[in-house]
Design a protein around this ligand. Structure first.
Ligand SMILES: [Zn+2]
Length: 326
C-alpha cells in the first residue's frame, strides 16, 4: 500500500504542503481524527517528507532514494525518534520523554528536518506530559514533533495550546467503499462492515464476516425476545461469555441508524440493514427509540462498575422488551 492511497487525506496533506512550502511548519503538529482514519499512515508520510533531503518540490512527497530516506527505511535514521506505547505498558512513561529531551540536544545528521512521533499522545502519563511541555516551550530548530490523538478531550490543554491542530476527517461513504473495493476485491458485505466500523474502511477490512454473522445472530435473538419467542433469561445465558462492550456497540450503532433513518429517510446508510434488523426496527415504538439509545449508552458507560455479567446482559435485553409494544 503506498502512502498516497488514502484519498480522504488529501486536504490535510495540502495544508501541510502549504505550510512546508512557505517555511511555516509548526514545532508541534497535533494530528487528530477518529479511530481507523489512518493517522499513523499519514504520520509516516509526514515523517518521510520531512526527513527526505530531496522531496518533490510540489507535492513534498519523499523521494525514497536519498540517504536520509534509505536510512529511515532501514529503521536507522538518526534524525528520527519514535515514541509509542511499549509492548507491556498501558502508558507512555516519563523515561521515554526524557530520552526525547536528550535527543533534541543532538545536532542533526542530515540537512533536512529532525522529526519526533508521539503516538498516541493521550496515553502519556502526567509526568511524561509535563516533561514534554518543556520541549514544546523551548522548541529546537528545524524540528517537528508530531503528536497523534483520537480523543482530543483527553489531551492536556497546555499541550493542545502549544501545538498546531491538523484534523484528518473520515472518508465519505463512497470514498470508503471505493477504497475497500480496490484493496479487497473479494470482500463481502462492505456496507454492513463499514457501518459496524463507524465509517472507517481501515477498520472495516479488519472486521471479519464471522463477526458480522454473530452480530446478525444477536439481532435475531433480540427480535425473538421482543416477539416473545424466547425469554430474556434464555438468551442472556447464550451471550454471557461475550464481550458486553462489543455487544452494546453493535446495538448502539443499530439505534443510531434507526434514528438517522427517521431524520433522513433517504440517507445512503438506510439500505444497509438486514431483514432481521428491518423487522426489529419496525417493532420498536418510534417514541422509544431515543430512550433505548440513551439507555444503551449509559449502560456502556457504567459497564465496568457492575460485577455480574449475566445480570448485565439480562438488563440490556430487557431494555428492548420495554421499548416494544407487545
Ligand atoms: Zn529522500
Amino acid at each position: 500500500m503506498t502512502q498516497t492511497d488514502y484519498s480522504w487525506h488529501s486536504k490535510a496533506w495540502d495544508q501541510f504542503v502549504a505550510a512546508y512550502s512557505q517555511n511555516h511548519l509548526p514545532h508541534a503538529l497535533l494530528l487528530t481524527g477518529s479511530q481507523g482514519v489512518g493517522k499513523l499512515a499519514f504520520s509516516q508520510r509526514l515523517i518521510t517528507s520531512l526527513l527526505c533531503l530531496n522531496p518533490d518540490i510540489k507535492t513534498k512527497q519523499a523521494c525514497g532514494q536519498c540517504q536520509a530516506c534509505k536510512t529511515y527505511e532501514s529503521g536507522a535514521n538518526p534524525d528520527f525518534m519514535n515514541i509509542q506505547l511499549l509492548d507491556d505498558k498501558q502508558q507512555i512513561g516519563v523515561d521515554q520523554i526524557r530520552r526525547l529531551s536528550e535527543f533534541l540536544t543532538y545536532s542533526r545528521s542530515f540537512n533536512a528536518y529532525r522529526v519526533v512521533l508521539i503516538h498516541p499522545v493521550e496515553r502519556m502519563n502526567q509526568n511524561a506530559a509535563n516533561s514534554l511541555l518543556k520541549s514544546l516551550e523551548e522548541p529546537a530548530n528545524n524540528t517537528v514533533i508530531i503528536l497523534t490523538a483520537t480523543h482530543l478531550s483527553k489531551v492536556m490543554p497546555t499541550i493542545k495550546s502549544r501545538s498546531q491542530l491538523l484534523n484528518l476527517p473520515l472518508p465519505s461513504r463512497q470514498q470508503a467503499i471505493d477504497w475497500i473495493k480496490q484493496k479487497k476485491p473479494d470482500f463481502k458485505n462492505i456496507e454492513e462492515l463499514l457501518e459496524m466500523s463507524h465509517g472507517s474502511p481501515l477498520l472495516a477490512i479488519q472486521t471479519s464476516n464471522d463477526v458480522l454473522e454473530k452480530r446478525n445472530e444477536l439481532a435475531k435473538d433480540i427480535l425473538n425476545i421482543v416477539e416473545k419467542n424466547n425469554s430474556v433469561i434464555e438468551i442472556a445465558k447464550k451471550w454471557e461469555k461475550f464481550d458486553l462492550e462489543m455487544l452494546l456497540d453493535w446495538q448502539i450503532i443499530w439505534l443510531q441508524q434507526f434514528l438517522k433513518k427517521i431524520n433522513a429517510p433517504n440517507s445512503s446508510f438506510s439500505q444497509a440493514h438486514s431483514k432481521t434488523l428491518q423487522n426489529l426496527e419496525q417493532i420498536i415504538v418510534k417514541e422509544q427509540l431515543w430512550v433505548l439509545y440513551q439507555q444503551l449508552i449509559i449502560k456502556k458507560k457504567t459497564i465496568h462498575t457492575s460485577v455480574n455479567p449475566l445480570m448485565n446482559i439480562e438488563n440490556m435485553l430487557t431494555l428492548w422488551l420495554q421499548a416494544s409494544p407487545l
